[in-house]
Design a protein. Structure first.
Length: 283
């Protein structure tokens, strides 16, 4: 389990200070706490044992300060009391929940949307292997981590005027892209994709959208069940609308969408965010 700082001595010392130093002056409010900086929180989740003295201490970690939280499972490996320094490779799957509600699953390392402050139950089914060879263990580990960073503010949103496509018909769906933050710029890219092999065709008269090319140059073949749309005039109070036609045959297809956009960090390499858009179903 993670170590906890011993605050007893600090609290005892603070109790000796004059009350006036610990209380704001009359008519003044206490200063607001500084925003939490991004950090990674780790907790020992379990120790795997082998039949010949192999051991792997596995931790589960989650980071804070982002629209997403990343899950990793670092490990330390050893065999008996050997002094050999082993590097560990951890792979497997993870699960996260809060108050009994599942928040996501995935492969290690992986990520999910950050739901906000709270105590998270993390578990993972892992395989740990060492370099040099000698440790090769499998098992399930679990722990809890407490995250206190506030949930990131929602800056963009995507909505549709209908979410169900009809079999053997063409359905027009209007997407509305909204930007609610003064940060960033008016550029965003919305992509929609259906299931391959279903015969779904996605079309539009909007010149801001195009079906992507597939195959090697100079191939002109385009993916009929996918489309990308780029908008550049997205402003708070001025949403962008896209009218997309979905032609479904005898075989139904769902359609998922993602919105990509910039965040204001100048020329930093990783400045983009991705937002899951509406999913269309079919009957």
């Amino acid at each position: 389990m993670p170590t906890r700082p011993n605050t007893l001595r600090t609290l005892a010392g603070a109790a000796l200070l004059p009350l006036a130093l610990a209380t704001p002056a009359c008519g003044q409010s206490a200063a607001a706490p500084a925003p939490e900086t991004p950090a990674t929180v780790c907790s020992l989740a379990g120790t795997l044992h082998g039949t010949h003295g192999e051991q792997a201490d596995v931790s589960l970690c989650a980071d804070t300060g982002s629209p997403r939280f990343n899950i990793t499972a670092p490990a330390t490996c050893r065999i008996g009391r050997t002094r050999v320094r082993y590097a560990c490779r951890t792979e497997g799957t993870w699960k996260a929940s809060r108050s009994g509600k599942s928040l996501g699953t995935g492969n290690l390392p992986g990520s999910g949307l950050y739901p906000g402050p709270g105590t998270y139950d993390l578990s993972a089914t892992v395989r740990v292997r060492s370099t040099p060879a000698g440790v090769d263990l499998k098992g399930t580990v679990q722990t809890t981590v407490s995250l206190t960073a506030p949930k990131a503010k929602v800056t963009h949103a995507v909505t549709v005027d209908r979410s169900v496509l009809s079999r053997n018909a063409t359905t027009t769906v209007t997407y509305t892209i909204r930007r609610d933050s003064d940060d960033g710029d008016g550029d965003a890219r919305l992509g929609m994709i259906g299931e391959a092999g279903t015969g779904l065709r996605i079309t539009t008269a909007d010149k801001r959208c195009v079906n992507p090319l597939v195959g090697r140059y100079p191939s002109k073949t385009r993916l009929a069940h996918s489309i990308d749309c780029t908008v550049t005039e997205l402003q708070p109070g001025h949403p962008e609308k896209l009218k997309i036609q979905y032609t479904v045959g005898a075989k139904c297809s769902t359609v998922v969408s993602k919105l990509g956009y910039w965040v204001p960090k100048g020329q930093d390499m990783f400045t983009g965010n991705m937002l899951a858009g509406p999913t269309l179903t079919c009957h």
